[in-house]
Design a protein around this ligand. Structure first.
Ligand code: ADP
Ligand code: MG
Length: 241
């Protein structure tokens, strides 16, 4: 049973086609790693899933809800799919706890005490309970990104979308974020992850997708694709990541 269904989905910005009739089904529990050259449409594909971008052709169905049908469902779609960005995007004036409690208070209308109790559990899950009272500027990049993951989880999404979550981090901080992502995957979370971390793709990914020019050019088992690239362009790409 697919939780995300791209059906000849296109996205154009003006004259420029960025997603070109993409067909893709993602099942519950899959960990899809998305790779491809800069500008190939990876971020746009993620952003269409949670309604940050509107598709311009075909259809896209997320947990039974078409994103095409307009703004009425947008709030619901955003709740289905949590997003984690390269640049963390935390609220700078709020503590870690307030960042994580914000969504449930706003979106799910939880009271402060309940939202904060849940937020503390989530911060504990990402190893940051002790940092709950700190604002983002007092946290390392890796800690900020873990808060961002906890914040995305707080609205209980069915799918988690990660757009180069470790690209802004120093090597020694990447691992703590990847560990949290690995744990989520083990718990069965459905994930779509844009990343250059091929170790993560091999260990955790159930599927690797190589995008080029707004199309899926290769789709397969990560270990096989990385160790034995079925196309020269993928091989070339992998030699440069
Ligand atoms: P990737 O994440 O693979 O690097 P993107 O999805 O960010 O690729 O971008 C794909 C293409 O779409 C690029 O050519 C980019 O310039 C273009 N694009 C992305 N967002 C916009 C936008 N808001 N307006 C116009 N063009 C955009
Ligand atoms: Mg991108």
């Amino acid at each position: 049973m697919s939780i995300i269904e791209f059906r000849k989905t296109s996205k154009a910005f003006g004259e420029v086609t960025v997603l070109d009739k993409v067909d893709l089904n993602i099942d519950s529990g899959e960990v899809v790693v998305l790779i491809g050259p800069s500008g190939s449409g990876k971020s746009t594909l993620l952003r269409c899933i949670n309604g940050l971008e509107q598709i311009t052709g075909g259809d896209l169905v997320v947990d039974g809800i078409s994103v095409k049908s307009g703004n009425a469902n947008l709030r619901q779609i955003r709740q289905e799919a949590g997003m984690v960005f390269q640049q963390f995007n935390l609220f700078p004036q709020m503590t870690a706890l307030q960042n994580v409690a914000f969504g449930p208070r706003k979106v799910r209308g939880l009271g402060r005490a309940e939202a904060e109790a849940q937020a503390l559990d989530l911060l504990d899950k990402v190893g940051l309970k002790e940092r709950a009272g700190h604002v983002p500027s007092e946290l390392s990049g890796g800690q900020q990104q873990r808060v961002a993951i906890a914040r995305a989880l707080a609205v209980r999404p069915k799918v988690m979308l990660f757009d180069e979550p470790t690209s802004a981090l120093d090597p020694e901080l990447k691992q703590e974020v990847l560990n949290v992502m690995r744990q989520l995957a083990l718990e069965g979370m459905t994930m779509v992850v844009v990343t250059h971390e091929m170790g993560f793709a091999k260990q955790v990914g159930t599927r690797l997708i190589f995008m080029e020019h707004g199309k899926i050019s290769v789709d397969g088992e990560p270990r096989q694709m990385i160790d034995n690239p079925p196309s020269d362009r993928l091989k070339d790409f992998l030699q440069h990541v």
